[in-house]
Ligand binder design. Structure first.
Ligand SMILES: Cc1ncc(COP(=O)(O)O)c(C=O)c1O
Length: 413
């Protein structure tokens, strides 16, 4: 039994949920499943603007279903083992690794696992070092490095402009520094940390540079391919390891992350021969579904550079479209100029008004996750967002702004 009151859940989990003796009929359970599913806002409803994930691409779903119960631990599942090597080879070529073996990474369950594995391997290769420098806008899983790997996480505040202070970072580096996390597409605003500058520190002090591209990894290289002026975030730019999330902008079903290393020595560092069953363990997970591997493989094979490039471009066009519309609403400004597919909106000069605007939009059913201190309306333009959804959101933002102006007797700007 758990307390549901603080979570806003509609199911009363305080009733005793003990297993029944005789079970329920198929029909009863199916009906119950349907009604549980109906509680959630769906991606096609036009109200979800707070997620980097969406319904999977049909091919990805098909591939996932075909292989989801092939366990990667078992030697009989050669099909999916081959696919994993090809996934790592394909992504290694996208991110410019010199290692083409396909053994310099693996398909993990999510970005968080990939981030943890990056430092697990780095630590195994540099056992004497214990500190990781982490800009404060890095994904919240940074704290898990401390409790899981026993590393000392040194958080570095980012400036009011959301940029890193490289000098501040350099001052923290000493002989115990294991590495730095750079984020290329922060969760809140899509900020791309300066990999080339961090790579200079990596060179100078011989430390590990991990690039968390869970959000930007399926955008940045493909937008670059389409001619967008974005930085290289890969191995040639200085990364030692990269986190990717096919289950976000790769359009795969949930459960697909990737850890990619510059070479296979990192995987060797975390590998060992298990005693029973006798096999070489190369991953954090034990039993590992073939589904995420097959879906990632199918999507990379099908879309290629051009397909993912067009997809990424289509998200960026929605950002441009929304920004054009917002020009007609001078009360609204941006926390920072959008570089990827996230917009951080604020009511000009008034934090509490931004917060009230968020409450207004929430009351209308929009799913928008605000950033705190200052309050920022983080709006993500993803695959499921259609142009009429953007029009509808804009209409409601406009109405919310008018209501606030009226409430506080502000003259519309
Ligand atoms: C930048 C960044 N890193 C890591 C993660 C964690 O990914 P996952 O939720 O797949 O564990 C996220 C998720 O939102 C993210 O945005």
């Amino acid at each position: 039994m758990s307390d549901s009151t603080d979570k806003g859940l509609e199911v009363d989990y305080t009733v005793d949920g003990a297993i029944s003796e005789m079970g329920m009929s198929l029909e009863e359970v199916t009906n119950e499943l349907d009604s549980r599913a109906a509680m959630d806002t769906t991606f096609d409803g036009g109200m979800i603007f707070n997620t980097e994930c969406c319904d999977p691409y049909p091919l990805a779903l098909k591939a996932h279903k075909m292989f989801m119960n092939r366990n990667m631990m078992k030697e009989q599942n050669q099909s999916v083992k081959g696919m994993e090597i090809e996934v790592i080879q394909m992504l290694s070529s996208v991110f410019g690794a010199n290692d083409h073996s396909g053994h310099n990474g693996y398909v993990a369950s999510c970005g968080t696992e990939a981030n943890i594995v990056a430092f697990w391997a780095a630590k195994r290769k540099n056992p004497g070092r214990n500190k990781v420098i982490v800009p404060s806008h890095a994904h919240y899983a940074k704290i898990k490095l401390e409790s899981i790997l026993g590393l000392e996480v040194q958080q570095v505040p980012v400036g009011k402009d959301f940029k890193l202070d490289i000098n501040l970072i350099e001052k923290l580096i000493d002989e115990n520094t294991l590495g730095i996390i750079a984020t290329t597409g922060t969760s809140l605003l899509g900020i791309i940390d300066p990999i080339s500058e961090l790579a200079k520190l990596k060179q100078k002090y011989d430390i590990h540079l991990h690039v968390d591209a869970a959000y930007g990894g399926f955008l940045i290289p493909f937008l670059r391919y389409k001619g967008y002026d974005l930085p290289d975030i890969g191995f040639k730019a200085g990364a030692d390891s990269i986190t990717l999330d096919p289950h976000k902008l790769g359009l795969c079903p949930l459960g697909a992350g990737v850890i990619l290393f510059s070479d296979s020595s990192y995987i060797d560092a975390i590998s060992y021969m298990a005693d029973f069953p006798k096999f070489k363990s190369i991953t954090l997970q034990g039993s590992r579904s073939g589904g995420p591997i097959a879906s990632t493989w199918a999507m990379l094979k099908h879309l290629g550079m051009e397909g993912y490039g067009r997809l990424a471009q289509s998200h960026m066009e929605k950002v441009d479209y929304f920004m054009q519309k917002l020009k007609g609403l001078p009360e609204i400004t941006y926390a920072t100029k959008p570089t990827l597919t996230v917009l951080g909106l604020m009511y000009k000069g008034d934090d509490s008004m931004t917060s009230e605007l968020h409450q207004y939009l929430t009351s209308k059913g929009f799913k928008i996750t605000p950033g705190n201190d200052p309050c920022i309306l983080r709006i993500i333009m993803h695959h499921h967002v259609k142009y009429n959804h953007i029009d509808n959101l804009f209409k409601h933002i406009k109405a919310g702004v008018a209501q606030l102006n009226n409430k506080y007797k502000r003259v519309a700007i």
